[in-house]
Design a protein around this ligand. Structure first.
Ligand code: NAP
Length: 294
């Protein structure tokens, strides 16, 4: 069977081009979208993620800035910083890079970002709008990026059975809602599996579209996949690798070598979901800026 590779880099470039042309149109009206990252502490992975997002933001014409705060920052100081950005009319999007230090209550911090600037789509108001199908909210970037992979990859979705493995708040749960929406590029029958799901392979083998969002390295193998299914790998996991200078390498939740021979279509990892997450972040920021003039 020849397997289609769902090239997230190519789809992301397409979205970046659309974003860039709308940025030009908006700047003719005197507005340049501005995205501010807040990074707390010096976690190397967070530094790399923010730097990649900043590079892409610049490429599409957005302005951005990273505020780096010490690991020892108090909750009150962090909330005051967020309040200042909420009040600044030149800032259209705010992204608080996770993970935050464990001493800080994540929910309270994310909920402080104004819903109108919550371009990550994590605020309870935007989460509620997602559930209600209200298009004025911001969708969380990774699930929205996966829906774009299916749309741009021309993967049929209507009436198909999608199985999402992992019910995390950032990916699995919102993605299940998006896949089940009554809309041209969704309309799936959805199963949301998790760590208490018995006999997981018997469930995942029923999937026309299988999404791995569980954070377990190379967990999904050929035994989990119905021949011809579309397989999307969300996972980003570190596994020890003494041959790498970093001492580890990154792998997904899907064992690509095992699954690729039976899948009808599959995302590479890296180069699948990751670039789409950034593309959707930047298009959300553009929309936040457009909303200030519409
Ligand atoms: P999470 O909040 O920790 O959720 C993991 C989910 O997987 C939980 O629902 C858990 O079940 C389930 N699970 C764990 N082990 C399982 C097993 N053996 N069988 C079935 N289900 C199992 O994780 P997350 O934040 O959603 O992230 C998931 C993965 O996506 C991670 O690797 C993360 O790094 C990656 N990610 C990638 C991007 C990107 O842009 N590419 C963005 C965000 C996240 P329970 O609920 O029962 O515990």
């Amino acid at each position: 069977m020849s397997t289609r590779i769902l090239d997230g880099e190519a789809f992301a470039s397409q979205i970046h081009r659309e974003t860039a042309s709308r940025v030009v149109a908006l700047s003719k009206r005197g507005i340049t979208p501005r995205l501010v990252f807040i990074r707390v502490g010096e976690d190397p992975a967070s530094r790399a993620y923010v730097s990649r997002k900043e590079t892409r933001a610049k490429e599409v014409g957005l302005t951005s800035e990273t505020i780096v705060l010490p690991e020892t920052i108090t909750l009150a100081q962090l909330l005051a910083q967020i309040d200042a950005l909420n009040a600044d009319p030149k800032v259209h999007g705010i992204l608080i890079q996770s993970p935050l230090p464990s001493a800080l209550p994540n929910e309270q911090v994310y909920a402080r970002v104004s819903p109108a600037k919550d371009v990550d789509g994590f605020h309870p108001v935007n989460f509620g709008k997602l559930l209600l199908g209200d298009p004025t909210g911001f969708l969380p970037c990774t699930p929205a990026g996966i829906m774009e992979i299916l749309r741009l990859g021309k993967i049929p979705t209507r009436g198909k059975h999608a199985v999402v493995v992992g019910r995390g708040q950032i990916v699995g749960r919102p993605l299940a809602v998006l896949l089940a929406r009554k809309s041209t590029h969704a309309d799936c029958t959805v199963t949301l599996a998790h760590s208490s799901t018995p006999n997981l392979p018997s469930i995942t083998r029923q999937a026309d579209i299988l999404i791995g969002a569980l954070g377990r390295p190379l967990f999904l193998t050929q035994e989990h996949v119905q021949p011809g299914a579309t397989v999307i790998d969300v996972g980003v996991n570190r596994i020890p690798d003494t041959s790498s200078p970093r001492g580890y390498r990154l792998v997904g939740d899907v064992d690509f070598a095992s699954v690729q021979p039976v899948a009808g279509a599959i995302t590479p990892n890296p180069g699948g979901v990751g670039p789409m997450t950034i593309a959707l972040l930047l298009s959300n920021t553009l929309r936040a800026a457009e909303d200030t003039v519409s």
